[in-house]
Design a protein around this ligand. Structure first.
Ligand code: ADP
Length: 483
């Protein structure tokens, strides 16, 4: 979720950065063009005035250039007017020789002046404009060179120029402003984008939370709230609801089949058991037949146990295994199970211990189920503990919860097996290969887990292969048991 939100924010910011950059570049180019246009207009006006001044003067006076020695120059009266022009102005003869300069032009270094007059340095040229780099403090100038007609044979052309930085709001100012503003815009846009992405993804988060809550087969009857907006979220919720309905149907059929099959198997198994038991007590049965009957009875008992467990789980899945909750003193339950453990332990050569608090430990539970849960853990502990080992059952009570624990010094469970032990029909490899030593079908812990969770509790296990295992069940006092 966070990643999509971050990704959207990054994409949004990048898209905006590109847009701002493109927009800024376009604005910059446009502004530069229009600055140049403005400068060109000004230069054109100045050149026009100078041109007119020269041609009018020539028309009136008939001669405006004085040649002293070999250097021609504009008559002082004529050039005085041109000197006052505020931009660079050069009047040159037809060979490109300078005849007059405006006052600011005279402040230029010889080098800069040479570069400035270069566009006039030709006998004939057409009106043209461009940009020149004069260097030094002047920098770049925009110029306009105009050929002069009607002002006598000597005058060739006029050049007017002005530094490009003269433009009112120059492109470089714009660039600077953009560089200052763009980061602020992007940070703002990033924050807005993050908020927007969060807002638009919130309904998805809601749907995910709801779907997560429907994580097991028992919650499949629940449906997501469909937003009234009729948008993509509504469609998503409808799609998920459709899928849940189909899943519920399939799970339902599966549970019904398991429950029905287990139920139907119970009666023939009972008849079978009764028959074998009757045959066992029949006088005169040869000993070898008696032995095989005994084995048959053991298998029938295991099968009956499995069918009973399957039925319990199938009913639990269907929500048809309600808890008969009543206030109980859990010490009695534990003592009861400890007594059975003592008997089972004795025949298995395992010492069974138990510890319970002094005062009553009262909690509303289903006593039958809790007894079943404790018996499952205790019989496992005895089953998987070799002779001479110890199994300890304890009950602890604190303000928030009661805790049952069953510890053994048995064969332990490999770390890789731990995540599977609560799965249905799962048995560790040693348990499978030695079925005769350790009978079982792999449903006990699945039922135990269901009982714990139905009481709103949790079960944890710690184990070290060869050292023993410890199962801990914690039932909270605050939460009302489900069922
Ligand atoms: P099973 O009928 O095989 O005992 P369970 O569901 O009770 O089925 O247990 C599943 C598997 O977990 C067992 O087959 C065994 O491998 C392992 N297991 C359970 N309890 C213990 C224990 N106390 N010590 C070692 N292994 C255990």
């Amino acid at each position: 979720m966070t990643t999509i939100r971050r990704r959207l924010t990054v994409w949004y910011t990048v898209a905006l950065a590109v847009t701002v950059l493109a927009f800024g570049t376009a604005l910059y180019l446009e502004r530069r063009q229009s600055s140049i246009r403005e400068l060109d207009q000004r230069l054109s006006l100045e050149a026009d005035l100078a041109h007119r001044w020269l041609s009018e003067s020539y028309k009136v006076l008939g001669r405006i250039v004085t040649i002293s020695g070999s250097t021609p120059s504009l008559d002082p009266g004529i050039s005085a007017y041109l000197e006052s022009v505020r931009d660079y102005l050069v009047v040159a003869d037809t060979a490109g020789q300078v005849l007059a300069l405006s006052e600011v032009t005279r402040t230029l270094s010889a080098n800069a002046l040479e570069r400035l007059t270069a566009p006039l340095d030709t006998t004939s040229f057409a009106k043209h404009s461009g940009t020149l780099a004069l260097g030094g403090p002047v920098g770049r100038v925009r110029y306009l060179a105009v050929p002069v007609q009607g002002a006598g044979p000597i005058i060739g052309g006029i050049l007017v120029a002005t530094p490009t930085r003269q433009a009112g709001f120059g492109p470089s100012d714009l660039l600077r402003s953009m560089l200052l503003i763009a980061p602020l815009i992007l940070v703002g846009a990033g924050l807005v984008g993050y908020w927007l992405a969060g807002t638009s993804l919130r309904p998805v988060q809601g749907i995910m939370d709801e779907v997560e809550a429907i994580s097991d087969g028992r919650s499949l009857h629940r449906r997501l709230a469909v937003p009234l907006s009729g948008d993509e979220m509504a469609r998503l919720a409808l799609t998920v609801n459709g899928m849940l309905a189909r899943l519920e149907q399939s799970f339902g059929s599966l549970h019904r089949f398991t429950a029905d099959a287990s139920h139907e198997l119970k009666t023939p198994l009972m008849v079978l058991r009764a028959g074998v038991e009757r045959a066992l007590v029949h006088p005169g049965t040869p000993p070898e037949i008696l032995q095989s009957m005994d084995e048959t009875l053991a298998q029938i008992n295991q099968m009956a146990e499995m069918v009973e467990s399957l039925l319990t789980l199938a009913r639990a899945d269907e929500g048809r295994a309600p808890l008969a909750v009543e206030p109980c003193d859990l010490r009695e339950l534990v003592a009861d199970v400890a007594e059975t453990a003592g008997m089972l332990g004795e025949s298995a050569g395992v010492t069974a211990e138990h510890s319970i608090p002094q005062g009553p430990v009262l909690l509303a539970v289903d006593p039958q189920r809790i007894r079943e849960m404790l018996l499952n853990m205790v019989t496992n502990a005895i089953k998987y503990t070799p002779q001479g080992g110890t199994v300890a059952l304890s009950l602890e009570d604190d303000d928030e919860a009661v805790t049952f624990s069953v510890r053994d010094t048995g064969i332990g469970i490999a770390a890789g097996d731990l995540p599977h032990i609560f799965e249905r029909f799962w048995r560790a490899d040693q348990a499978r290969t030695r079925t005769s030593d350790r009978p079982g079908v792999g449903l006990g812990l699945a039922i135990t887990k269901w009982i714990v969770e139905a009481h709103g509790g949790s079960i944890t296990v710690q184990s070290r292969p060869g050292r023993g295992s410890s199962f801990t069940v914690r039932l909270p006092k605050a939460r009302r048991p489900a069922g």
